[in-house]
Design a protein around this ligand. Structure first.
Ligand SMILES: Nc1ncnc2c1ncn2[C@@H]1O[C@H](COP(=O)(O)OP(=O)(O)OP(=O)(O)O)[C@@H](O)[C@H]1O
Length: 277
C-alpha cells in the first residue's frame, strides 16, 4: 500500500506524466449572513491524463464545491484550476458533469436529451452525423430500445445511463461525476460501475468522481482523494489503488490488500476524521 499526501503525487499510475488537470492552491470562501465561510482551504491536486480519481469525504466538506470549480460552474476564491495549462473560468465542452439526480429534461425523449447537447456543441455538423453520434452513445449504454422514451418512463439506472451518454456524446476530455450512482439500487449500481469502466477505457477520458461508497472507489479509481472535514477542508491523503485492470470484483473481494485499503479509508473517515455528534 502506498499512502501519499496531497502534495507528493509522484507515484501516480497514469501513463502520461505531464500534469493534465491541476488544482493549484485552491480555497473557497462563501459569504454568509454570519460572515465569510471557508469551505476549502489550500487544495492541491495534480491529475494525469486518463486517470480515474475518486473523491471521498464527509457530507458538507466541499466535494461538490471542488468539482464544480473543475467544471467551471464555480470559481475559486484564491488559487486556480487549470486544464492543460489553461485556467478554467467557465464551463466548457471539454469538461462534462453528471449529477446524482440525472438532470434530464422531462419533456424530451432519451434521444432528444442526448441530441440537445450534441447540437449545442456541434451546431455546424450535419443532422445525420449528429443523429449517428447520439445513436452510438445510446447504444454504448444499452439504451437503443429506449431511445424514444421520456425520463418519466425510465428507471433510475436508465436515466443515469442517458445522462452518461449525454455527457460522453460530446467527447469531453474530463468527465466529472457528482455521486452518480448514489440513488441507485446495489445491483444497478454495480452494473453501471462496470459500464463506466468500459466506457472510460474506450473513450480514454480523465474522470473525477465524488462517491460516498469506499467499495465503489476501490473498484473504480486509480487514486482515492480523501478530504478532511470542513470548514476549511483540505486533502487529507491520496490513496493509490494498485489493483491491475481490468478489475474483477470477485477477485478483488478475495484480496487481503483490498481489505487493508478499505480499512485504511474507513479509519480515515470514521476515526481520524469522524464527524462530531
Ligand atoms: N453558495 C453557497 N453559499 C454558502 N454556503 C455554501 C454554498 N454552497 C455550498 N455551501 C456550503 O459549503 C459546504 C460544502 O458544500 P458542498 O456541497 O460542496 O459539500 P459536499 O462535500 O459536496 O457535501 P455532500 O456530500 O453532502 O454533497 C456546505 O457547508 C454547504 O452548506
Amino acid at each position: 500500500m502506498q499512502i501519499l499526501d496531497g502534495q507528493a503525487l509522484d507515484s501516480s499510475p497514469a501513463m502520461n506524466r505531464d500534469p493534465f488537470l491541476v488544482i493549484d492552491n485552491v480555497s473557497k470562501v462563501y459569504p454568509t449572513p454570519n460572515g465569510p465561510y471557508t469551505v476549502l482551504d489550500g487544495i492541491d491536486l495534480t491529475v494525469y491524463e486518463g486517470e480515474f480519481i475518486c473523491v471521498i469525504g464527509h457530507s458538507g466538506c466541499g466535494k461538490s464545491t471542488l468539482l464544480n470549480m473543475v467544471a467551471g460552474f464555480n470559481k475559486p476564491t484564491t488559487g486556480e484550476v487549470r486544464l492543460q495549462t489553461k485556467r478554467i473560468t467557465q464551463p466548457g465542452p471539454d469538461r462534462m458533469m453528471v449529477f446524482q439526480n440525472y438532470a434530464l429534461l422531462p419533456w424530451m425523449s432519451a434521444f432528444e436529451n442526448v441530441y440537445l447537447g450534441v447540437d449545442e456543441v456541434y451546431p455546424d455538423k450535419p443532422r445525420a452525423e449528429k443523429v449517428k453520434i447520439v445513436r452510438e452513445h445510446l447504444a454504448m449504454v444499452g439504451l437503443t430500445e429506449a431511445a424514444d422514451k421520456k425520463p418519466g418512463q425510465l428507471s433510475g439506472g436508465m436515466k443515469q445511463r442517458v445522462a452518461i451518454a449525454r455527457a460522453l456524446a460530446i467527447r469531453p476530455e474530463v468527465l466529472i461525476l457528482d455521486e452518480p450512482f448514489g440513488a441507485l439500487d446495489a445491483i444497478t449500481k454495480e452494473e453501471l460501475q462496470e459500464e463506466l469502466l468500459q466506457i472510460w477505457r474506450d473513450h480514454r477520458c480523465t474522470v473525477m468522481m465524488i462517491t460516498h461508497d469506499i467499495d465503489e472507489a476501490l473498484f473504480l479509481a486509480d487514486r482515492l482523494v480523501m478530504m478532511t472535514n470542513g470548514p476549511s477542508a483540505q486533502i487529507g491523503e491520496v490513496l493509490e489503488i494498485p489493483f491491475p485492470r481490468p478489475r474483477d470484483r470477485a477477485q478483488l473481494l478475495e484480496s487481503p490488500e483490498y481489505y487493508s485499503l478499505r480499512n485504511y479509508a474507513l479509519d480515515f473517515l470514521y476515526s481520524r476524521f469522524a464527524l462530531a455528534h
